[in-house]
Structure formats: C-alpha cells, structure tokens
Ligand binder design. Structure first.
Ligand code: NAD
Length: 381
C-alpha cells in the first residue's frame, strides 16, 4: 500500500486551514484547475506506477449508482475489491468490474484486508451509524479511508475516527463530492473574492420526499432525519461560502405530517447559523418535499445555485445573469483527488476535521430544536 508522508495529527480544522483547503480545492478543480489536477496526477503516477486500489464497503444505492460507475472514470484509482454482507453480490461486482474474487470480504473480515496489497483505500458507504466502527476498523487494517457523509452520528465518534486514522498513519477524507463541483467552486470563489460585495445573507434548503429507505428513519443507524442525510449539504455550502465555522445556532423542528413514519427522527427542520462577523445562514431540510437551492447575497448582488446538491444538473444564476458551467463527474474527481493526496502527501480539502466540524453544527442544531429554539453555541474543536 502507498503510505502518505508521515504527519503527527490530522490538523484541527481552523479557519486558516479551512481557507487553505478551499483554495487548494479551487486550485485543483475550478477553472484551469482540471489542468492542475491532471498535471499533479501525471506527476504522481509517472513511471507507470499502478492505480491505487479502492475497496467499496457497502454495495447499496450510492455505490451501485454512483461510486462504482465513477471509479470507471478515475485516472489514479480503480475498484479493486468490495466489503459486503452478500457473497453473491460481491461475486456479481467482481465479474462486472474485473477484480479477483479473493478481494470480496464480509464485514467481519475487514482486518484481513491488511495483508492485501491490492487495496490502498477503503471507501465506507454503509449507514451513518456504522461509519465510525467501519472507519476505525479500516484504519486498523492500515488502509486510507474515505467515509461517506455524515461522518458519524456524534462528534465524539468523529474524534475517535480521526484519532484512529492518525494512529494508523492513514489519511481520512469525507465523501464531500460537491467540494469538487465547479458550480460550488464558482460560488466559493465569488464569495471569497467579493464579486457581489461583502456577504450579507446566506440561505439554502435540501429536501427530498422520503418513501423507501428504511435505515434512514431508524435513529441508531441514521443519527437523525433529513438534516443528517441532506441538510448537511446546506451546512457545508454555508461554511465554505462564509469561510468559517458558525459560532451559534438556533433551530426548530417542524410539526410532523407523517408521524407514523418519522417516529424516531425529525421529518423537517429549520435552523439559523450565525457566522463570525454577523453573516447568518438560514437552512432547512425536509423528508416531505422536493427542493434544493443555495443562495449567497452580498451588498452588491447575489449568486444562487439551483438545483444545488444533486449529482448533476446544477445551475448557477447571479444578479448579473446566468452562468454556463459544464457538469463534471463529481465522484470521480473526488476519488482522484484523494488518491492524488495519498500519492503526493498533500492534505485532502475534505478532511475528517471538516466532517467533525459539520457534526458539531448538527449537534448544536438538534440541541437548539430540542430546547425550544434556544441559541446554542457550536462546540469548538
Ligand atoms: P443503502 O441503504 O442503499 O445502502 C447501504 C448499504 O449498507 C447496503 O449495501 C447495506 O447492505 C449495507 N449495510 C451494512 N450493514 C447494514 C446494516 N446494519 N443495516 C443496513 N444496511 C447495512 O444506502 P445508501 O443510499 O447507499 O447510503 C449509504 C451511505 O452513503 C450513507 O451514509 C449515505 O449518507 C451516503 N450517501 C452519500 C451520498 C452522496 O451524495 N455523497 C449519496 C447517497 C448516500
């Protein structure tokens, strides 16, 4: 397995590292950035070094529909194995993607991946409540880890994951594909360079009508309702645009219209994040309507992405008119970037510390909603 340059601890996600990470992400993916990433990848893989091997853990809808196909388009990594509860499913993937059947593991055999040089990265794509255990066990097998969002069900689990990866000297990143999407990178750039003046207000929603996926409404596996599932994208976009972690939260859960379904988690929730300097972001997320957008307003205009959080079809409009930005394969860019981080020792722009920061915000949102909308301070790292 390729080890990255040794480092003592994954750095805490301070404002300075945040700005640097965002600039790096922008430099890598936005504008002439695809060229920068291509050059870095060419350098990292020169001499014909093999592609890094990825093992997908959890072969549900996201792996099936996005990550497997996305790995066919990557330049620096490839699908080399799977971890699944179903041997049959694993064999079907092995035939489809051309990796050997010896690279199919059950969840109780994760430790055996340690001795397998085909696998460099384990990508955890299981229900949220299993992310901590699966990440810690993957790190224990000496493999770099990409963990899907939300990073875990609690800040303390995030801390344990970061510590386990640091102890094993493996890199940890979160599956934040939108950090590699040029629509979001353009919004971040416009906010950073004050294209529309100083930010005055942020707002966003990510909602979808939930009907079928059972674990998402079981609290132990999901950690919560739409906020954990998709509202987190509004949080992520707001922190990127504000280039900061919010200091305080107020929130309220909306009345349930389908209480029989949502008896363990919220059906819909609204919150306000107060950022340093006075900018606020109003966010909302629901399992009972379809809507998603993100809007950044400044004192000289605005920029909006709508739809904002899907795998494709994103559109940017500004107070000066629409922008034409071609779509990209988000997941392929995300995975190639992580592989390139491993090969070059560069820090990922979407580290575990970022997932932990977002979990601290989510905990504050739930605390405020449970306490009648009281203003709650966000726990610092
Ligand atoms: P899914 O239900 O379709 O798949 C979950 C997989 O985990 C299944 O293969 C299931 O067999 C496996 N699993 C292992 N142990 C399990 C258990 N005890 N209970 C239930 N399932 C178990 O879910 P999904 O939509 O693929 O989501 C998986 C993860 O990916 C979630 O954390 C989700 O938030 C994340 N996700 C991210 C994105 C994104 O855009 N980044 C999109 C979808 C899902």
């Amino acid at each position: 397995m390729t080890k990255h340059a040794p480092r003592s601890h994954e750095p805490v996600h301070s404002r300075r590292t945040f700005v640097r990470n965002m600039a790096l992400g922008a430099a890598l993916v936005g504008g002439g950035a695809a060229r920068a990433l291509a050059a870095e990848l060419a350098e990292a893989t020169k001499g014909g070094e093999r592609k890094l091997g990825v093992a997908l853990m959890g072969l549900g809808l996201y792996s099936r529909g996005q990550l497997g196909p996305g790995l066919r388009l990557t330049k620096t990594c490839r699908l080399a194995g799977v971890i699944t509860g179903s041997r049959e499913k694993g064999e079907a993937w092995s035939r489809e993607y051309g990796f050997p059947e010896k690279n199919i593991w059950n969840y109780d055999r994760i430790h055996e991946i340690a001795g397998n040089p085909d696998i460099d990265i384990i990508y955890v794509v299981t229900p949220n409540g299993l992310h901590a255990e699966h990440t810690i066990r993957s790190a224990g097998a000496g493999k770099h880890v990409i963990c899907e969002k939300p990073m875990a069900n609690s800040v303390s689990d995030c801390d344990a994951m970061i510590a386990a990866c640091a102890k094993a000297n493996v890199m940890l990143s979160i599956g934040y594909r939108l950090a590699f999407d040029p629509h979001h990178i353009e919004l971040d750039r416009a906010a950073r360079e004050k294209d529309f003046g100083a930010l005055t207000r942020l707002s966003g929603e990510d909602s979808w009508r939930f009907t079928t996926r059972a674990w998402r409404i079981e609290k132990a596996l999901s950690g919560g309702g739409p906020l954990m599932d998709v509202g987190i994208y509004v949080i992520q976009a707001a922190c990127r645009a504000a280039m900061a972690q919010p200091v305080a939260i107020t929130a309220r859960e909306l009345p349930k219209t389908r209480p029989e379904l949502f008896n363990e988690v919220e059906e819909a929730i609204e919150w306000t994040m107060e950022f340093p300097g006075g900018v606020a972001c109003r966010g909302s997320s629901s399992y009972s309507r379809n809507n998603n957008f993100f809007l950044a307003e400044g004192d000289k205009g605005w920029i909006r992405i709508e739809p904002a959080f899907g795998y494709g079809g994103l559109e940017v409009t500004t107070s000066r008119g629409p922008l034409s930005i071609p779509p990209v394969p988000q997941q392929s860019l995300q995975m190639d970037d992580f592989a390139s981080c491993i090969l070059t020792g560069r820090q990922t722009p979407v580290p575990g510390s970022m997932g932990r920061d977002h979990m601290a915000i989510i905990e504050a949102i739930y605390r405020s909603a449970a306490d009648g909308g009281r203003r709650v301070l966000v726990q610092r790292a």
